[in-house]
Design a protein around this ligand. Structure first.
Ligand SMILES: [Fe+2]
Length: 277
C-alpha cells in the first residue's frame, strides 16, 4: 500500500520503522527550530527515518507570555494538551478557543493560526513530515479540527474489551493514513498472561499518559512503562503487554489506521530488562 501525503513524497504504508524507546528527562529540553518552543524528542523521528515525529513542547522562556503566530507548513500536525492550557486563534479571527488538558487540535496543511500559551503549558506535538521545516505552502488555509476531552468521548469501540478508546477523527481527516486515539484501562483486569504475543501490520507509536504497564518487545526489551515513556513498534514486531494499572492510559498512533493483527510465537530467548536510571 502506498499513499501520497499532501506535501511529502509517496509514503509507503505501513511506514518502515525501527524500535525506539524514549524516557525523557528534564535535561532533554532543546530549543526547537521556530525559536518559540523548547522541545523534548520522543524518538519517533529517528525511528521513522524522518517521515513523522513526536515531541513534547513548552514555551521558550523568553516567549512564555506572548502570542505565537504560525503557519502550518508540513502535511499536518496534531497537538494534545498534556498540562496547562493554550488559547488558539485561527487566521482572521475565525475562531478562538481555549484548550485544556487532554483537549487536542488537528492542524491541516495551509492553516494559519495564533497560539497563546497559558499557565504551565505542555503540548504533545505529532507531525508529518517529522520536521516542520519546509517553506510555506500554497494550499488554501483550512479550519482546524478541535477535540474536547469528556467522559462521553471514550467508548468500548476497539479491539480489546478491557480498554476504552477515544478516537480523534484523524482516520477521516487523513483518509486512513493513520489513526490517533487515547486508550485507557476501564477497571477490568487484563487476561492472564496479558495480551499474548502478537504482531500488527502497522507502525505503532505511543506515549504513556497515566499509570504503569509492563510490555515486552522482541528484540526491544522488557519495560515497566510509566507516564512520559514513549515507544515505536514497527510492523510485524512481536510484543506482549503483560499488565496495566487501573488508571493506565496511553496516546496511540497507528499507521495506517486499518491493519491486521496476528498472534505470534513467544521468543525462545530471555528479554533484556530495561534498567531505568
Ligand atoms: Fe499490540
Amino acid at each position: 500500500m502506498s499513499s501520497k501525503w499532501p506535501y511529502s513524497a509517496d509514503v509507503k504504508l505501513p511506514i518502515p520503522a525501527n524500535f525506539s524507546f524514549a524516557s525523557p528527562s528534564d535535561s532533554d529540553w532543546r530549543p526547537d527550530a521556530s525559536g518559540f518552543w523548547e522541545e523534548r524528542d520522543l524518538g519517533l523521528h529517528a525511528a521513522s527515518g524522518g517521515v513523522i515525529g513526536a515531541t513534547i513542547l513548552r514555551p521558550a522562556p523568553t516567549r512564555s507570555s506572548g502570542e505565537i503566530h504560525q503557519a502550518q507548513n508540513g502535511d499536518w500536525s496534531f497537538l494534545l494538551v498534556l498540562g496547562g492550557a493554550i488559547r488558539i486563534e485561527e487566521g482572521g479571527g475565525a475562531q478562538t478557543g481555549v484548550l485544556n488538558r487532554l483537549d487536542a487540535v488537528y492542524i491541516p496543511p495551509g492553516a494559519r493560526y495564533g497560539m497563546t500559551p497559558l499557565d504551565g503549558l505542555r503540548l504533545l506535538r505529532f507531525t508529518a513530515p517529522g520536521s516542520v521545516l519546509r517553506a510555506a505552502d500554497s494550499a488554501a488555509p483550512r479550519g482546524l479540527g478541535y477535540f474536547r476531552d469528556s467522559p462521553a468521548a471514550y467508548t468500548s469501540d476497539g479491539p480489546r474489551a478491557y480498554i476504552s478508546y477515544r478516537t480523534f477523527g484523524v482516520r477521516e481527516l487523513t483518509q486512513g493514513r493513520l489513526n490517533i486515539q487515547i486508550s485507557r484501562s476501564r477497571g477490568k483486569p487484563m487476561p492472564e498472561g496479558g495480551t499474548g504475543w502478537h504482531t500488527h501490520e502497522m507502525t505503532e507509536w505511543f506515549m504513556v499518559l497515566s499509570g504503569a504497564g509492563r510490555l515486552i518487545v522482541k528484540s526491544g526489551g522488557d519495560f515497566l512503562l510509566r507516564p512520559g515513556d514513549a515507544m515505536t513498534i514497527g510492523p510485524d514486531t512481536p510484543h506482549n503487554q503483560l499488565s496495566a494499572d487501573d488508571d493506565y492510559a496511553e496516546f496511540d498512533v497507528c499507521i495506517p489506521a486499518d491493519y491486521a493483527t496476528a498472534s505470534a510465537q513467544e521468543p525462545r530467548y530471555p528479554q533484556v530488562a530495561f534498567a531505568r536510571t
